[in-house]
Structures are given as C-alpha cells and as structure tokens.
Design a protein around this ligand. Structure first.
Ligand code: UDP
Ligand code: MG
Length: 326
C-alpha cells in the first residue's frame, strides 16, 4: 500500500487546527487504498497550537509532529517537514483551510496517472484588494521576464509531490529559500488543477507588506542574476553618455571660454550619477548578502522534538547530514 504524508506548516494556528484535522480526516478516510501520515511542523508557535497537536496525536496515531526550536518561517518549516517525510508522496497544505483538502483525491488520481508535481492554481484572488492583485501580477510578469525557468502564477505551496521531487527539494540546502521557484526549478512532470481559494477559516495572516517585499526580493535574487547585469548595463550606458558630455564640456570651454553658468546641469548630472551608483551598489549588496549567508553553511533549522512513527529518524537524519558534510 502506498504511504502518503500530509505536511502542514503551522504557526499560531490554534483556532483552525482542529477544524483542519476534521476536514482532512473526512477526506482521507474515504481513501482506503492508501495509508496516511499527517505531519504537523510546529514553527515555534506562541499559542496553544502545539498542545492541540499533541492532544490530537493521542486520539489518532496517524498524526505526527516536528516541533522546531523557534519560529523559522514557512519556507524553512516546509523543508524541515520534507526532511522528516518517509513516504511515497507528500501533500503540502496550509493550516488555515485556505487550501481545500477536498482536492486531495484528485491530486492522488493524477499522481497515479504518472504526474510528479500536482499543484493547485487559484482561479481568482477574491477578497484581495486591487492593489495586491496588481502588484502580484506585475511582479510575476517581471520575474518571469528575468528568469528562464517557467514560474507558476497564482500558485501557492498547496501541491502533491512525488518521492523524486521530495528528494530533489531536499538536496537544495540554501538558507534563503524561495520554495515557489524551487518547485519549478526541479522540473519533473507537472499538472495543474484549478480551484477557488477560500478566505482564511480563522486566525490571521502572518504576511504583511514588509515580509512580502522580502519574499519578492528573494525570488529575484535566488533565481536570476539579471538585476546584476541590468545594473552593469546602465552603468555602461550612463558612463558612456557622461564621457561624451565631458568631451563636449572640454571642447566648449576651449573654444568659447568658461562663463561659469551651468549650475543646473552640473547638479542634475551629479544627482543622476549618484542615484545610479547607489542603485547598483544596492543590487550588488543584495547578492553579496546572499553569498555571505550561504558561506556560513549553517543548518537550516533545529528541532526541539519529533514524534512520529519513524523511530530513530532523528539519528538517521544526523547520520545523513554527517555523510553530506563529508
Ligand atoms: N506559517 C508558518 N510559519 C510562519 C508563517 C506562516 O509555518 O512563520 C504557516 C501558517 O501557519 C500557514 C501557512 O504558513 O499554515 C500560510 O500562512 P498564512 O495563512 O499566514 O499565509 P497567507 O495564506 O496569508 O499567504
Ligand atoms: Mg493563509
């Protein structure tokens, strides 16, 4: 019998965990030909999330958990979960019921047909402001123009991944993770299914604009070096123009003398050059920061405790890590 893990990153989700479990249970109880594991990754929640998960495990042994030592963010929570998954496929789903568990049977069906990565694409972004819709759209278009790997618009992390995708994702150990891009980058056979995204069942979104901008920059810097090239391109153009203008100024002074006008043009040019320089420095800085972070080679996360049916998994994992370092 094939074994499927359902991976749920959860951070301060005490209001929805039980509802989610109920909905999930209804779905998986109707799939008798598979065995399931419901793996919660508690991402350092500060509320009762973890207690609720442990209580649920008491009544249903299919539930297991990885408890991280602090809040690492969803991207890290996902890779932590993948490290602890030991099954033929994994389904990543948000805790807040924005991703309907009822799509799972269809995902499994496509998986059986031979697809490796079945992702759910949102039909609409209802309930979101037009500003958010517009920025999301422009951002995707821009990023797509900058990188050669095909990106999936309006797609979250809700998807089913075959074992080979799990192994591929596990081998990408970069610290600053842009998982959305990684799903595309690894390739394999993809299949999209459409759905209407529900509003959050309870609790509140952990995203704010600052975090979104952060993630957006992450997307660019981890999947494209085009911004670096754009900055050197502008650098070339601007310095060429500056050089020509310099020549013109010299010739003009030699021919007609210097009447000391030109404060305005001097200011404009100085400001413009300064701006371009700062911008380029900033872009280079972004990349340098990434290099800095990767060279530290820190482990991505620490686990406080793991409770699943793979006894000795922690040990096994340490072994694996050691061999990787060697
Ligand atoms: N999440 C997490 N760690 C965090 C923030 C969020 O594990 O630091 C989880 C959260 O519990 C939820 C999922 O990531 O299961 C998506 O979060 P959220 O609903 O806040 O994001 P949105 O749907 O608004 O994009
Ligand atoms: Mg949500």
């Amino acid at each position: 019998m094939k074994h499927i893990s359902i991976l749920i990153p959860a951070y301060n989700e005490e209001d929805v965990i039980e509802k989610l479990y109920e909905r999930l249970r209804m779905v998986i109880d109707q799939l008798p030909f598979y065995t399931f594991e419901i793996l919660f990754v508690n991402d350092g929640s500060k509320d009762n999330t973890f207690h609720i998960i442990t209580a649920l495990r008491e009544i249903d042994r299919r539930i297991s958990y990885v408890n991280l030592s602090r809040n690492f963010g969803k991207e890290i929570a996902m890779i932590a979960g993948l490290d602890y998954v030991n099954s033929d496929a994994v389904i990543i789903i948000d805790a807040d019921l924005q991703d309907p568990p009822e799509l799972i049977p269809r995902m499994i069906q496509y998986w059986e047909e031979g697809y490796d990565d079945i992702y759910a694409k949102r039909n609409s972004r209802s309930g979101e402001t037009w500003i958010k819709k517009w920025t999301a759209k422009t951002y995707y278009r821009l990023l797509q123009g900058f990188t050669r790997i095909p990106l999936q618009e309006n797609t979250g992390d809700f998807r089913l991944l075959d074992r080979r995708c799990i192994d591929a994702l596990k081998s990408l150990r970069e610290t600053q993770r842009y998982t959305k891009g990684m799903f595309s980058w690894i390739g394999y056979h993809k299949k999209e299914i459409m759905f209407d995204r529900d509003p959050r069942a309870a609790g509140e979104s952990k995203w704010n604009y600052i975090k979104l901008v952060d993630l957006a920059i992450e997307g660019f810097t981890s999947f494209s070096t085009t911004p670096l090239r754009v900055s050197s391109f502008f650098g070339c153009i601007v310095s060429m123009v500056a050089f020509i203008y310099m020549g013109w100024v010299i010739i003009k002074t030699m021919l007609f003398g210097d009447p000391v006008a030109g404060y305005a043009s001097l200011m404009t040019i100085m400001l413009f050059l300064g701006g371009i320089q700062l911008l380029s420095l900033g872009i280079i800085g972004e990349y340098l920061g990434r290099v800095f972070n990767e060279t530290k080679r820190r482990p991505l996360y620490f686990v406080e405790n793991y409770n699943g049916d793979k006894e000795g998994k922690l040990e096994e994992f340490r072994e694996e890590r050691l061999t990787m370092v060697r």
